[in-house]
Design a protein around this ligand. Structure first.
Ligand SMILES: [Zn+2]
Length: 245
């Protein structure tokens, strides 16, 4: 082999080694950035599903001007505390509802300002959107209140940012799928959730569509009625963790 050929071979080997190292670094980076939050979510859900005798009703994406007030009225009638993860831009549009949430016995948290999927935006946008939610909802939400990522998707940058400010990040154990167009009977859905030992139910409180709004209200009533019949205590997320009502 000539000297020129062997130098070229060494050069090619170095390029491939560089590519390999870059791919490994990229893979590790992606795993840490996106995969680690998924693992943490899995651990949290497993921990919550081991809790017995408690049920937390949670409502995302509000406040709106129709469904949120209807839900507040129903929860008041039922005498049940719940947890609301609010979206900043809707809070700004519905300031009166935000203030009535603040005055209510319910627990509040944030759900970003613009409600974007963190996996479809840059990590920096998602981080600043999550922080922005605390500013735009500051009329009702305290700096230490919990954060729930939209669509359950987040990155380590946002998680670390939340932890540095002493904020919990909450997911859920079961989704009611109330953003779909057709639903099973609310009584049947509630029974299945309780049979499965679910402890954190995700619903939404921003529906413009009357059939979705009706489903959320009916499912809420069914869950409360059936949980009480089974001796299950209805709690906020703080209550589920054992440090609040
Ligand atoms: Zn949401």
């Amino acid at each position: 082999m000539s000297t020129a050929v062997s130098i070229a071979a060494i050069g090619a080997a170095q390029i491939w080694a560089g590519v390999l190292i870059a791919l490994v670094v990229f893979g590790v980076g992606v795993s840490v950035l996106y995969g680690l939050p998924l693992a943490m979510r899995w651990v949290q859900v497993r921990r919550w599903k081991r809790i017995k005798g408690k049920l937390a009703l949670t409502y995302d994406d509000g406040p709106d001007e129709v469904t949120t007030p209807a839900l507040l009225e129903l929860l008041g009638e039922l005498g049940v505390p719940a947890t609301f993860y609010l979206v900043g831009f809707r809070g700004e549009k519905n300031r009166e509802i935000l203030e009535s949430l603040k005055a209510s016995p319910h627990e509040l948290g944030t759900h970003t300002h613009w409600h974007k999927n963190a996996w479809k935006k840059s990590p920096w946008f998602s981080y600043s959107d999550a922080m922005h939610g605390y500013e735009s909802l500051s009329v009702a939400v305290e700096p230490g209140d919990a954060f729930r990522p939209p669509f359950g998707k987040t990155t380590m940058i946002t998680l670390i940012g939340m932890w540095l400010k002493g904020r919990m990040v909450h997911w859920w154990t079961v989704a009611a799928n109330d953003t779909r167009d057709s639903f099973d009977e609310p009584e049947k859905v509630a029974k299945q959730m309780l049979d499965d030992g679910e402890t954190v139910v995700l619903m939404h409180c921003h529906h413009n569509e009357s059939h979705r709004r009706a489903y959320v209200l009916d499912l809420t009533r069914a869950l409360v009625t059936q949980a009480r019949a089974r001796g299950i205590e209805l709690v906020t997320m703080g209550g589920l963790e054992g440090d609040k009502r």
